[in-house]
Design a protein around this ligand. Structure first.
Ligand code: FES
Ligand code: FES
Length: 166
């Protein structure tokens, strides 16, 4: 019997995400990753595509407040979740304190790791507003940076942690 791919119904399922405070309803294939959905379906390219193996951390986003590697997460598993990407935490005119501090401390050079670093740092500061340098270093251990040598990143996060914020 002849197999005709065009005759096969695409297998997609509905999913509802709240992305940066906006409800998004989509139909996605079961194998579609959250990284693919964010970048390719929703156009949120601030989330970076790196190794796709869970090794570089560049694809980190927040899912219900937890830093998650979106290349390893299936979109369907995020049904009903609140997703935060770098586009959702600040803007050029109103940067998040971490974005401002990264700029002030030279913690972003090529910038490829920066969205994930900032979101990882945000997850840390949300659960522990005043971490030690060691705790900061441990929190970003899964995020690779090939440019900065990491010290400016730790300093940038520590500077925000030292601020007297609500
Ligand atoms: S792209 Fe996800 S960990 Fe590298
Ligand atoms: S600033 Fe280039 S990889 Fe981190």
């Amino acid at each position: 019997m002849r197999y005709d791919a065009d005759m096969v119904e695409p297998q997609v399922e509905p999913v509802r995400l709240e992305v940066n405070g906006i409800e998004r309803r989509l139909f996605v294939a079961p194998h579609r990753t959250l990284l693919e959905t964010l970048r390719e379906d929703l156009g949120l390219t601030g989330t970076k595509h790196g190794c796709e193996l869970g090794e570089c951390g560049a694809c980190t986003v927040l899912v219900d407040g937890v830093a998650v590697l979106s290349c390893l997460a299936l979109t369907l598993d995020a049904d009903g979740a609140e997703i935060v990407t770098i586009e959702g935490i600040g803007s050029v005119s109103h940067p998040h304190p971490l974005q401002r501090s990264f700029a002030d401390h030279g913690a972003a050079q090529c910038g490829y790791c920066t969205p994930a670093m900032i979101l990882t740092a945000k997850a840390l500061l949300d659960r522990d507003p005043h971490p030690t340098d060691r705790e900061i270093t441990e929190a970003i251990a899964g995020n690779m940076c090939r440019c900065t040598g990491y010290l400016p990143i730790v300093r940038a996060i520590a500077a925000v942690a030292a601020e007297d914020r609500p």
